[in-house]
Design a protein around this ligand. Structure first.
Ligand SMILES: *Cc1c(COP(=O)(O)O)cnc(C)c1O
Length: 389
């Protein structure tokens, strides 16, 4: 086996992105302006959303989304422990609390039955929003989730950080609930280094998020410097935040958006090769795959009962073989903050804990070459065979 190290993730950045950044640097306007508006419009057209807002991270986007729904102190959001910390922390920033529902047995996504149970137990109607997370780009059961949300009078905020471009028969993920939030963090399917996009079809939510994205100011700063009206004049109409995306980063995003389908095809090809290679081994379980998976991550599961090593040891051997691996996600109940605040225990989330104990995230990025893909496949199969019982 070759000694080459294979990165866990690498953004696909070319001449187009380099030139776009230079174009903005030389334009005389660096922060949010026409590049960002163009990016928003192009993204809206792509996913068919009425309103889109570029923000400096998905975390900011989630906070603005919760805020637009009026969520604050005394309110709660409902999500799963199997997500990145900021799905929940963005609500904590507003003073809201978190209720956790377990994931499904065979996917990493929120279980509609667990949602309904949590809402039934929520006697004081403190839960204001369900936050499904499309883990790895595999889309949650949105029809069922939307039906439950309607029945209980709560909103749906999709954490679509992994899910661009996840396209289902009902449309793009991130545009299937009340508000959706995408991430353009460096490892995500398309990137602006740091950044995110909010999508909604509700004009009131859009307006509130637009204002609160920039200090609660009722007039865009770029307008202050470009329109005839006195440039110093503006009003602060709400207690807003600072979450806008600068033009330098939006320009990168516009180029990435043009490549999004191509990058997706490349990911999908690699995933097909992984699946093809791994499917015949009973010590491995392939990632869950539903309608319109964006394949942000390849979540391989090992079957403990067939092996004499556990997930951590399996992962360590892959690292020794030169693979940059990761683990998505460490469930919230294993983190000091959430464990202490909510008295969470692994036993309360049997499905999340089982998935956590079995999962290894393999390297997956669009520009992996054939040799690198083969290297990953061989390392996984050799490790499994060596420890097969
Ligand atoms: C990456 C990620 C986020 C946060 O995205 P940022 O753009 O880094 O703020 C939120 N939720 C999930 C599930 C993520 O993976």
């Amino acid at each position: 086996m070759s000694q080459e190290k294979i990165k866990f993730s690498q953004a696909s950045i070319g001449k187009e992105e380099e030139e776009a950044v230079l174009r903005v640097l030389r334009s005389g306007w660096l922060t949010t302006g026409k590049e960002t508006f163009a990016f928003e419009e192009e993204f809206a057209n792509k996913i068919g959303a009425k309103h889109t807002l570029a923000v400096n991270s998905a975390t900011s986007g989630l906070m603005l989304a919760y805020n637009a729904l009026g969520i604050g102190t005394g309110d709660k959001i409902l999500t799963t422990p199997y997500t990145f910390a900021s799905t929940a922390l963005a609500a904590r920033h507003l003073g809201a609390e978190i209720v956790y529902a377990d994931i499904e047995k065979d996917s990493y996504n929120i279980d509609p039955a667990a949602i309904e149970k949590a809402l039934k137990e929520d006697k004081n109607h403190q839960i204001k929003a369900i936050v499904p997370v499309h883990i790895a780009g595999n889309v949650c059961r949105m029809q069922e989730i939307n039906q439950i949300a309607q029945k209980y009078g709560v909103k749906v905020v999709e954490d679509a950080a992994h899910a661009f471009p996840s396209k289902t028969k009902d449309g793009f993920a991130g545009n299937l609930g009340d508000i959706g939030v995408f991430s353009f963090y460096a490892t995500k399917t398309i990137t602006t280094a740091e950044g995110g996009m909010i999508a909604t079809n509700n004009p009131e939510y859009a307006e509130k998020m637009r204002v609160n994205r920039l200090h609660g100011i009722n007039r865009p700063i770029w307008d202050r410097y470009t329109s005839d009206k006195a440039s110093w004049e503006y009003d602060v109409v709400d207690e807003g935040y600072k979450c806008n995306l600068p033009d330098i980063l939006s320009a990168i995003g516009r180029e990435q958006l043009k490549k999004a389908d191509l990058l997706f095809e490349k990911r999908k090809k690699i995933v097909c090769r992984f699946n093809q290679a791994f499917k015949e081994y009973d010590f491995l379980t392939l990632p869950p795959d539903g309608d319109g998976n964006a394949w942000h991550l390849y979540l391989l599961r090992i079957n403990q009962s067939k092996l004499n090593i556990n997930r951590n040891q399996f992962g360590a051997e892959l690292q020794e073989a030169g693979l940059g691996i990761s683990m998505h996600f460490i469930p919230h109940y294993r983190f000091t903050y959430f464990k202490n605040r909510y008295g969470l225990k692994p036993e309360d989330f049997a499905n999340a804990e089982n998935q956590y104990q079995a999962t290894i995230t393999l390297p997956l990025w669009p520009d992996m070459n054939d040799e690198q893909v083969e290297h990953v496949i061989n390392a996984v199969i050799q490790t499994g065979k060596q420890h097969y019982v």
